[in-house]
Write a protein that binds this ligand. Structure first.
Ligand code: NI
Length: 264
């Protein structure tokens, strides 16, 4: 049985100098492949170098909605990044009104504009969007519908929203990715949603270095731990973990256009 981690941040300082150890832990846990996600243009070269330097890593290009005081991506910046080998997604992008810091939602027009640029890049390239949404699900769905209108694919990553948001995402053809939050004691509402999301639309991820699943909660997360997310999802769905591992691997390959591994 093998797993994939559809969303991690291996370029972050937590992992500096630790790639041999991180990849050995992945191998030991049966986590064969991972998608390392870009959050600023400033870090893109480093993210891309990870994907180029390791045959089981791929990457995205994009600027996270929470990042301020960084280079604002133009459509051309994203297209240039997307043209590189091993870049398989646009993002992470989306909307986050959790940290308004005294601003109103109206003040966050810059974030919506940034999101629209990413959606246009996804449309132009055909690559899937990796979407982050927090305290902003209505606007996220609205902007996607306005810009995308069925022409973009993608995933709502690290899903923590309601059934209604899940239904809207699924109706637009998006996948839903569950993280270690699924294992947290206080996440019953999320577990109830996860039970309802069809397995053929589920992805699993760590979002490492953040959000380590139980039993590693509070520690630095890493891709090897994605097996615990698969285990929880399997428990919720009453399925063998092998089935969840196989389905989430297949979904990952389909969404990001990554070829299946040859059968051992
Ligand atoms: Ni992330």
């Amino acid at each position: 049985m093998t797993f994939v981690d559809s969303h991690c941040h291996l370029s972050f300082a937590d992992f500096a100098g630790r790639m041999p150890e991180i990849r050995a832990a992945m191998q030991a846990a049966g986590v064969r492949r991972a998608l390392t996600i870009c959050t600023t243009l400033e870090e893109f070269e480093q993210v891309h170098a990870l994907a180029m330097g390791h045959d089981n890593l791929w990457c995205s290009v994009g600027v996270h909605p929470d990042n301020e005081g960084v280079q604002e991506p133009t459509l051309q910046d994203l297209l240039d990044g997307a043209a590189r080998p091993r870049v398989v997604a646009i993002g992470e992008t989306g909307l986050d009104y959790f940290r308004l810091n005294g601003r109103s939602v109206a003040d966050m027009a810059w974030q919506r504009d940034r999101f629209r640029v990413h959606i246009r890049a996804a449309k132009a390239t055909g690559l899937p969007l990796v979407i982050h949404t927090r305290s902003a699900s209505d606007d996220t769905i609205t902007v996607l519908a306005e810009e995308g209108a069925g022409q973009v694919r993608g995933v709502f990553h690290c899903f923590t929203e309601t059934q209604a948001v899940a239904d809207a995402a699924l109706a637009m053809g998006f996948y839903i990715s569950f993280s270690g939050i699924l294992t947290f004691r206080n996440a019953q509402a999320l577990r109830d949603v996860a039970r309802q999301v069809p397995l053929e639309r589920c992805l699993i991820e760590t979002d490492s270095p953040y959000l380590a699943p139980v039993p590693y909660r509070g520690k630095t997360n890493q891709p090897a731990y994605v097996a615990h997310v698969a285990g929880e999802l399997a428990k919720l769905k009453g399925l063998p973990v092998e089935e969840v591992a196989a389905a989430t691997t297949r979904n990952f390959e389909l969404l990001f256009g990554i070829p299946a591994e040859p059968k051992a």
